[in-house]
Write a protein that binds this ligand. Structure first.
Ligand code: PEP
Ligand code: MN
Length: 351
């Protein structure tokens, strides 16, 4: 990390960047109100510390120990202050701003009718962003894998429904990409690319997704520590894409016997992540609990904990849902959650 002097000139900054490139390293520039910090990306062994520290305009060349320096508060001077964070903008929606953001929609896109009905109703309930899975990660090969698995034509058709539903009901849309081969196609249709929990460790997928320059919803793996979660989010930032929305979705439950919830929602991850990084983090109570009777309470708790938003699975008729029916709520239930969470945020976020 190269910390420039407060009065460093644009030429001095350019010179440092040129030197960094000469050594086969990449530069990530963070311009704060008072000073510029330049992050070096590449092999640590190749960094000529003494040389860089002596360049005109340089205050300090520092080795940062954290594996997620580019997204850390320590690195990014504009967001050093606790409580202030980076805002990811999608259309006119702000994630990480003053109000919670609600992402809702079915687990899987099942038909045009199902998607449009659900989209209309979640919009009316107060949702900002529409979700819908087209390529579904499933535990069993015998389960419905999403329309995307049926072939290229089916995938494109489902993607075009998602786009149309977003346009018609005025919501940005989001879907998961499970493999590198899907990225180009999906990016043509959606506003936010989702990387699912199972793919949190897939560096190649992340690089490809990040390269599209669109916001990325990045879910925590159910076996990942917070440090691993942030270290892998760093791969997206290292591609030059800081529009990352982190998502806590539960970790593996411990002990023998039945856990009674699908995963264990790690709500402390929310304030911890906010202390470590300036990126926004949201919570997915649907996959975390796997139980519709827990979505209301866990949503309220997440917003009280400071979550910048929620991602909730909603179906216009939950009993008919082809995937994750047990955790699906109705649009009316979503409305009750949003109405209550708005009040909670007004009280709890004042701090
Ligand atoms: C999803 O959000 O559709 C999903 C499959 O969640 P996760 O990757 O967290 O299991
Ligand atoms: Mn689901």
């Amino acid at each position: 990390m190269i910390i420039m002097k407060k009065d460093a000139t644009a030429e001095e900054i350019e010179h440092v960047i040129a030197e960094i490139k000469k050594y086969g390293l990449r530069a990530d520039i963070s311009k704060g109100q008072f000073r510029t910090i330049i992050g070096l990306i590449g092999d640590e062994m190749r960094v000529p510390f003494a040389h860089l520290a002596a360049l005109p305009g340089v205050k300090e060349a520092r080795m940062v120990e954290t594996p997620y320096k580019l997204i850390s508060r320590e690195y990014s001077s504009p967001f050093e202050a606790e409580g202030k964070g980076y805002i990811v903008r999608v259309g006119n929606i702000e994630i990480g701003g003053d109000e919670p953001v609600y992402i809702a929609g079915p687990c899987a896109v099942e038909s045009q009718e199902q998607l449009f009905k659900t989209a209309r109703e979640v919009k009316r309930a107060g949702a900002h962003i529409l979700r819908g899975g087209i390529f579904k990660p499933r535990s069993s090969v015998h389960s419905f894998q999403g329309l995307g698995s049926l072939g290229q034509n089916e995938a494109e058709e489902a993607l075009s429904w998602l786009r149309e539903a977003g346009n018609r009901f005025d919501m940005p849309v989001m879907t998961e990409v499970r493999g590198e081969t899907q990225v180009d196609l999906v990016a043509e249709y959606v506003d936010i690319l989702q990387i699912g929990a199972r793919n949190m460790y897939d560096q190649d997928l992340m690089a490809k997704v990040a390269g599209k320059g669109k916001p990325v919803l990045f879910k925590r793996h159910f076996g990942a520590s917070i440090e691993e979660f942030l270290s892998f989010a760093e791969y997206i930032a290292a591609e030059g894409n800081k529009d990352i929305i982190l998502c806590e979705r539960g970790i593996v439950p411990v002990g023998k016997g039945k856990s009674l919830t699908r995963y264990t929602l790690d709500l402390a991850a929310v304030p911890v992540v906010q202390k470590e990084t300036y990126l926004p983090i949201i919570v997915d109570p649907s996959h975390a609990t796997g139980r519709r009777d827990l979505i209301f309470s866990m949503s309220c708790a997440a917003i009280a904990a400071g979550s910048s938003g929620l991602m909730i699975e909603v179906h216009h008729n939950p009993a008919e849902a082809l995937v994750d029916a047990q955790q699906m709520i109705t649009p009316q239930e979503l409305k009750e959650i949003i109405d209550t969470c708005q009040k909670i945020s007004q009280v709890a976020w004042r701090r």
